[in-house]
Design a protein around this ligand. Structure first.
Ligand SMILES: NC(=O)c1ccc[n+]([C@@H]2O[C@H](COP(=O)([O-])OP(=O)(O)OC[C@H]3O[C@@H](n4cnc5c(N)ncnc54)[C@H](O)[C@@H]3O)[C@@H](O)[C@H]2O)c1
Length: 311
């Protein structure tokens, strides 16, 4: 797709981060947008920004939990009605949260919540919207996976639900390449694999998952940090909590790539019809490392250095 002008796009998770930036940048290029989110105040903020920047472009907002198929079908019906259309050109399956870290010690509820949003969200939205993309003249489906869609680690920290879901998103997207070539050659597909991007995902994940870790779970967090070589033996649980909170708060500030840069990379990739869109030098370096030495892939940390605890 060479231009987004006069097209219609659906963006899931438009409330903050890359979703918000996709909404803003698409509208700037004259593309009508329907966005959804579960955090209403964030979506209202995006709506305020886009209405100011692109007042002449139709942008609609919809409360929808993408992990609930009934809500996704309602969202689709609202989009078709409010945009007065039967066809959609672009679907950005962007909504996601973190979580579901350990399969062994973590909560099953959290594991399934993360998997439902990150995988079933993509699946239900694809089921709902792809028929309307196939019936358009020109379409593209963009699924956001992660570096955790090809490397199931956080440099030693387990990330089991998120990684399982992101591998599924990558596999599904790649399998659509042949499917579209054969059955809908006017539709393209891209899988997006961002590295560390400056967004509110850590804060939003906390809001969406809710709940507080028990003292026992915090003790386990501390023990895992020690196993990974962190010098926290003498830290109290309160100090550990503070450290994790500081990391959550600084997630956006310490990122090498901003969400607006990331959205630009995604949109440029779609225009070039790239099926794989890596975002950031960190993502590119990890991709190369995993391909160069697949057997050693789980012996490295996020910086690509050999992990000390397995020396
Ligand atoms: N930020 C990163 O470093 C990074 C890295 C790799 C992949 N990703 C992926 O990029 C995508 C966008 O994340 P982001 O970093 O911009 O985070 P973000 O939290 O800023 O944006 C995600 C949006 O999705 C919304 N959302 C969450 N659950 C939802 C649900 N059930 N239904 C509808 N909306 C929901 C959130 O409210 C939020 O507005 C996610 O799929 C994420 O997994 C992010």
């Amino acid at each position: 797709m060479k231009s987004f002008n006069n097209k219609i796009a659906v963006v899931t998770g438009g409330g903050t981060g890359m979703g918000r930036e996709l909404v803003l940048q698409l509208a700037k290029e004259g593309c009508s947008v329907a966005m959804c989110d579960v955090i209403e105040e964030n979506m209202e903020e995006t709506f305020g920004l886009v209405s100011k920047e692109s007042p002449d472009v139709l942008v609609t907002k919809h409360i929808c939990d993408v992990s609930n198929e009934d809500e996704v079908i309602k969202f689709k019906n609202e989009v078709l009605a409010e945009h007065n259309t039967e066809t959609i050109n672009l679907l950005f399956n962007n909504a996601g949260i973190g979580g579901g870290a350990s399969f062994v010690t973590g909560s099953r509820e959290e594991w399934e919540k993360c998997f439902s949003i990150c995988w079933y969200g993509v699946y239900y939205c694809s089921r709902a919207f792809i028929p309307h993309i196939v019936s358009s003249e020109e379409g593209h489906v963009i699924n956001t996976s992660s570096v955790n869609g090809f490397w199931a680690s956080l440099g030693g920290n387990p990330h089991t639900s998120y990684s399982a879901a992101k591998f599924a998103v990558k596999g599904f997207s790649e399998s659509l390449i042949d499917d579209f070539r054969l059955n809908a050659p006017h539709v393209g597909v891209s899988v997006v694999m961002p590295g560390h991007i400056g967004t509110s995902i850590a804060i939003n994940t906390g809001k969406i998952l809710g709940g507080e870790r028990s003292e026992e779970e915090w003790e386990m967090v501390k023990q895992n940090m020690i196993k990974l070589g962190a010098p926290v033996h003498n830290q109290s649980i309160d100090q550990i909590k503070q450290m994790i909170q500081e990391r959550t708060d600084s997630f956006a500030e310490t990122a090498p790539t901003s969400s607006s840069e990331a959205a630009k990379v995604i949109l440029d990739g779609v225009k070039e019809n790239k099926w794989r869109i890596l975002i950031g030098d960190d993502a590119k370096a990890l991709d190369e490392m995993v391909r160069r030495d697949p057997e050693g892939a789980y012996n490295i940390n996020f910086e690509g250095e050999k992990r000390e605890e397995i020396e």
